[in-house]
Structures are given as structure tokens and as C-alpha cells.
Design a protein around this ligand. Structure first.
Ligand SMILES: Nc1ncnc2c1ncn2[C@@H]1O[C@H](COP(=O)(O)OP(=O)(O)O)[C@@H](O)[C@H]1O
Ligand SMILES: [Mg+2]
Length: 227
């Protein structure tokens, strides 16, 4: 095994370990806390105290949202630990699960004639960027649908995540304390590419990542469209 392969194998093992730990600790605690807070809210003494009742329900909802975040992070870690999967296989699996569990119907549209050819490290970065962009769609957009598109450009592969939700002002978001957009940009740059965020209030959001690579442009129709 080359040094590169050994480092990659070690990174995959580490991801698997983090996913397991998140599942066994944080996810379990949040799930239990959510249930217990609901039980607490149902007690007559708590129901009788309206501000306390509302506070407990708010806390239960916070735990529920954090639980959904952790579950999605675990899924994202697990989905990107299989080194035998190609980019399209990763995306197909993730988009299908996301569409089923997030409440936002999401489809994958592939405009390349064949599997795009990226460096393995770029491939993982692209998968993680798309996962992060989809998490934002679920958490912030209120969209009725989203589409992930893969397209071959000369010397580059382009992936976009587009939603028809509330949109936002990208300049404001980048100066906020959100970590997601910044880490997406860093990942794109680490893969030798770049990230573009196109959004405005009321106009939905489109996140585009382009990285060096080869794809075969599709001849006529999109190769695939999954719900
Ligand atoms: N698809 C989207 N639709 C609407 N707003 C979004 C979307 N993506 C990001 N945002 C806005 O940009 C902010 C920053 O996103 P991000 O950096 O991922 O941080 P976080 O998700 O932790 O808030 C979000 O809080 C949200 O206001
Ligand atoms: Mg985010």
C-alpha cells in the first residue's frame, strides 16, 4: 500500500469511528432528552404553568432539531466512508436518503455521459460540500423541492444544489457565525476549485462547486433523474 492509500484508509477508519461515537453518545442523549422533555411537558403541574410549559416544549424542539442534525452528520460520514463508491454512486445514495428523510423532495440530474473523473480527495470534498448544502436546504430554505446537478465542463466538473426556498443575502451570511458556507468554500479550494453561492431573499438558492476533473458531456438527454 502506498503512503497515500494508507493515509486514505486511516482517514476512512477515523470517519467510521467518529460516526459510531456520535451515534452512541450525542444522538442517543438528544433522542432521550427530547422524549423526557415531552413527558415533562405533559405533567399537570407543568401544564398549569404556561411560561414553564412553553419553555419545556421549546427545549424539546431544540433537542429534536439537534438530533436531526446529528443523524444527518452521521449519515454524511457513513456515506463518504466507502472508498469503492464512485462520485455518482455516493450522490445517488445520499440524495435518495436525503429526499426520503428531510421532507424536501430532491432529485439528482446527471448531465455527463460517463462517470466524471476526479482525484479521490476531490471526490470526497465534493460529496461533503453537497451534503452540507443539502443540510442548509433542509434547515433554512423552506423549499418545496431541490435539485442536485452534475455537469461536465472543459477540464472541470460542476455540481450544483438548487432550491426554490426563501433565499438569503450571501454577503450577510458569510459575515455571520455560520460555519457551513465557509467550510464548503475551504473544501472546494482544497480540491483546487471554487464555490459560488447565488441567492437573494425570495429567489431560492443555488450553490455551485467546480473542481478540476474530466467528465464526458452528455450527448442529448440527462443520463438520469431520480426522485
Ligand atoms: N439554502 C438556503 N436557503 C436559505 N438560507 C440559507 C441557505 N443556505 C444558507 N442559508 C443562510 O446562510 C446562513 C449560513 O449558513 P451556514 O454557513 O451553513 O451556517 P448554519 O447552517 O450553521 O447557519 C444560514 O444561517 C442561513 O441563514
Ligand atoms: Mg449550514
Amino acid at each position: 500500500m502506498s503512503l497515500d492509500e494508507r493515509m486514505r484508509a486511516a482517514a476512512l477508519l477515523e470517519r467510521e469511528r467518529i460516526a459510531r461515537e456520535l451515534h452512541d453518545s450525542l444522538a442517543q442523549v438528544l433522542g432521550v432528552a427530547h422524549l423526557r422533555l415531552h413527558a415533562l411537558a405533559a405533567r399537570p403541574s407543568v401544564r398549569a404553568d404556561e411560561p414553564a410549559h412553553r419553555e419545556v416544549l421549546d427545549l424539546a424542539e431544540l433537542c429534536h432539531e439537534a438530533y436531526a442534525d446529528v443523524r444527518e452528520a452521521i449519515l454524511a460520514l457513513r456515506e463518504s466512508t466507502n472508498p469503492d463508491r464512485t462520485l455518482l454512486e455516493h450522490l445517488r445514495a445520499y440524495v435518495a436518503t436525503f429526499s426520503r428523510t428531510s421532507g424536501v423532495p430532491t432529485s439528482l440530474v446527471v448531465h455527463t455521459g460517463a462517470e466524471p473523473c476526479l482525484a479521490p480527495c476531490a471526490e470526497i470534498q465534493v460529496v461533503r460540500i453537497i451534503q452540507e448544502a443539502l443540510t442548509n436546504v433542509r434547515k433554512h430554505s423552506g423549499a418545496s423541492g431541490a435539485t442536485v446537478t452534475v455537469r461536465a465542463l472543459p477540464h472541470q466538473v460542476e455540481c450544483t444544489v438548487a432550491d426554490d426556498g426563501v433565499g438569503f443575502e450571501p454577503a450577510d451570511a458569510l459575515s455571520g457565525d455560520g460555519f457551513g458556507l465557509t467550510s464548503m468554500r475551504e473544501r472546494a479550494e482544497a480540491a483546487g476549485g471554487g464555490l459560488h453561492v447565488d441567492s437573494a431573499p425570495g429567489r431560492g438558492t443555488r450553490v455551485t462547486v467546480r473542481v478540476p476533473g474530466r467528465g464526458v458531456a452528455a450527448s442529448a438527454h440527462p443520463a438520469e433523474a431520480t426522485a
